[in-house]
Design a protein around this ligand. Structure first.
Ligand SMILES: NC(=O)c1ccc[n+]([C@@H]2O[C@H](COP(=O)([O-])OP(=O)(O)OC[C@H]3O[C@@H](n4cnc5c(N)ncnc54)[C@H](OP(=O)(O)O)[C@@H]3O)[C@@H](O)[C@H]2O)c1
Length: 271
């Protein structure tokens, strides 16, 4: 049985669906109720609640773990006690490139490495789906605002992250690996606005924000340290952050999906 945390979320929900389709027994963990495929067991628990975790992990072999909750060691102890032997951690590219800003993912990576379990770490860059932040302004006024409009980064499709996770959870040969997950090519925020316009068949205007405007907006839903790290990546990316990684193709045997492909599949959110 495979336990999937973050099952009510973007990536975790897709991991659950892929595993269930592949015939795996799955336990889906989240605090909010999640819409799940038939036959998937739901455990609603906070990752900070050790007693609830005991029930979630009972009889499990593998774990898909998000960076959530405050005590990775306690989560991994409960997992091991329940029978888990393999853990796949969804960390973040910033844990490698900007550890000073990404302390929470770094702490989870360290705990996973010393857990004694067979581990694989996934380090995605920014998600294609971060442009959901534009959904309201595109629907209402065909406008998309972001800072650093001409700086390109190879964002990744969350569906590809989920597919890599589901593969690594089920397949041998990935133990002790750290996979950097990116899309197939860099795109700039301006390119992404144009791709949404193309998917809608109507132009979307790009409005360049100042760093301060973007900072104020991000602080409404992200901790300050993560905001600073994110702005640094978006505005002054290092070579490592700009690079297209071969790892999605290594694991899946096909190229990662482009931003334009994501926009085509998700155009309804912007209509
Ligand atoms: N967006 C990016 O550009 C980016 C880049 C690199 C890495 N990441 C990482 O990727 C991860 C997944 O992204 P996503 O888009 O799938 O996120 P998401 O849609 O926001 O989902 C987050 C999930 O985590 C669960 N969760 C949060 N705190 C929890 C807790 N204390 N106990 C139990 N469950 C908890 C939420 O469930 P409930 O609220 O129902 O509990 C939800 O299912 C994030 O952790 C993020 O750090 C994102």
């Amino acid at each position: 049985m495979i336990v999937v945390t973050g099952a009510s979320g973007n990536v975790g929900g897709q991991v659950v669906a892929l595993l269930a389709t592949a015939g795996e027994r799955v336990t889906a963990v989240s605090r909010r109720p999640a819409e799940l495929p038939e036959g998937v067991r739901q455990v609603r628990v906070d990752l900070d609640d050790p007693a609830g975790l005991k029930d979630a992990f009972d009889g499990a072999d593998a774990l898909f773990l998000l960076v959530a909750g405050q005590d990775p060691q306690a989560i991994l102890d409960a997992a091991r006690a329940g029978g888990v032997r393999r853990v796949v951690l969804l960390s973040s590219q910033g844990a490698g490139t900007r550890p000073e800003f990404y302390r929470h993912p770094v702490a989870f990576e360290e705990a996973v490495r010393r857990s004694g379990l067979e581990w694989t770490i996934l380090r995605p860059g920014g998600f294609h789906s971060n442009v959901y932040a534009w959904a309201e302004s595109v629907r209402g006024g065909r406008t998309a605002a972001a800072p650093f409009g001409d700086i390109g980064l190879p964002t990744i499709d969350p569906a590809d992250i989920a597919e890599v996770a589901a593969t690594v959870l089920r397949e041998d040969g990935h133990a002790g690996r750290v996979y950097e997950l990116t899309g197939p090519a860099p795109t700039t925020p301006r390119d992404r606005a144009a791709a949404i316009g193309a998917a809608l068949d109507t132009p979307v205007r790009f409005a360049e924000q100042t760093r301060e405007e973007a900072r104020a907006q991000m602080l409404r839903f992200m901790p300050e340290q993560v905001v600073e790290g994110t702005l640094a990546i978006l505005g002054e990316p290092t070579d490592a952050e700009r690079r297209v990684s071969p790892d999605v193709e290594r694991v899946l045997g096909r190229a990662p999906r482009s931003f334009a492909d994501w926009a085509g599949r998700n155009a309804a959110a912007f209509r």
